[in-house]
Write a protein that binds this ligand. Structure first.
Ligand code: 5GP
Ligand code: MN
Length: 336
């Protein structure tokens, strides 16, 4: 049920004359959310639109090097200002998410206005909250879709270093440095950006060699003390509790990427990372090949995402969540 929606022409028509535009992306923004927002904002500003970017919650420090990031408004810290911007905007562009639930209160704010909503996204099963959309689940990232949007309008020459680095960042993070989610178009976009002077080595270094000592030690703790392997379902689970959060003083972004280490084990097909946050238990799920963690996240953990990379949340204790995972695993992962 992955319908391709491509309203490129209609979106370009809507944005033909300068307008007040708000760009919105998802809570806990990742490189793709941030990169696509910065790239789209910079592109639209070149067409004399007045553009504001609003993210529901803070972005990880590692993206601080991106040009244009200082303009971002965080809803959690500036709710009044965010509301003012939404109220005076005539277009809201939703990037890298496809259900208003992913932006919490900001979603209700947008729902209450009669702005034109445009969605550009690459997750499966979009909810129909938009007027116009570009929705493709077969593309690596929203950044790749933003590049294609610009290319389809025959305006690639407007891609400067700010836009190019932002787009490359989203591609690098959503593909894990070209290890998953790629198609031939992804390499085309990366090649084009590199030819335009985007320094991929610089970006890889900024993004992936950016851990501090605490984060590296936390990774060690997860692998040594908090990982359980369920061999018959080729699944690994890492779970962090509230005490771990206190002991390692875990902050937003500190646990990024830990889930992927599980899949480095030979013959692992599913990786699940569970962490006990103040109000909810958050899950990150990864899989290989035909196994859909999206289905598991959707059916049992109020979430979704992509077939091989999804997230969700639940309530209760860590122990209860792990029991639940073990109980439902057989429905999604064939036994060895
Ligand atoms: P991560 O595990 O890196 O936080 O997220 C992996 C993927 O799952 C991302 O594409 C993200 O958009 C999606 N995702 C993460 N958490 C949620 C959630 O609570 N609900 C939904 N629908 N998707 C999520
Ligand atoms: Mn994405």
């Amino acid at each position: 049920m992955n319908v391709i929606v491509n309203d490129t022409i209609e979106i370009a028509e809507l944005l033909q004359l300068p307008k007040e535009v708000a760009i919105v992306s998802h809570r806990n923004p990742d490189g793709d959310a941030i990169g696509s927002s910065i790239a789209m904002a910079a592109f639209l500003r070149k067409h004399n639109h007045t553009v504001h970017i609003i993210l529901p919650s803070e972005y990880p420090d590692i993206f601080g090097f991106l040009k244009g990031i200082d303009d971002i408004i965080i809803f959690d810290t500036e709710p009044e200002k965010s509301k003012e911007i939404i109220d005076k905007s005539s277009v809201v562009i939703c990037l890298d998410f496809n259900s208003l639930e992913r932006i919490d209160k900001l979603g209700r704010l947008i729902d209450d206005t009669d702005v034109q909503i445009v969605m550009i996204d690459h997750h499966i099963e979009p909810e129909p909250f938009y007027a116009l959309a570009i929705s493709r689940a077969d593309v690596s990232s929203t950044c790749e879709l933003v590049f294609n949007y610009i290319k389809d309008l025959d305006k690639v020459n407007m891609i400067d270093l700010e836009i190019g680095e932002a787009i490359m960042t989203g591609i690098l993070t959503d593909t894990g440095s070209f290890r998953h989610n790629t198609n031939k178009g992804t390499y085309y976009v990366a090649g084009d950006l590199k030819a335009r002077g985007v320094d991929d080595y610089y970006l890889q270094d900024k993004i992936f060699n950016s851990m501090n000592e605490k984060q590296l030690r936390l990774l060690g703790h997860c692998l040594v003390n908090r990982m359980e392997i369920i061999e018959e379902y080729r699944t690994g689970i890492i779970a962090l509790n509230q005490k771990d959060y206190e002991e390692f003083d875990i902050k937003r972004g500190d646990t990024e990427g830990i889930v992927n280490y599980i899949l480095m084990l030979k013959q692992m097909d599913v990786a699940i990372f569970v962490r006990q946050q103040p109000k909810i238990i958050k899950l990150s799920l990864r899989s290989k090949g035909d196994i859909s963690v999206q289905a598991m996240a959707r059916d049992h953990f109020g979430g979704g995402g992509h077939k091989n990379a999804s997230g969700g949340y639940t309530y209760g204790s860590i122990g209860k969540v792990i029991r639940k995972i073990k109980e439902v695993l057989p429905d999604y992962v064939p036994k060895k």
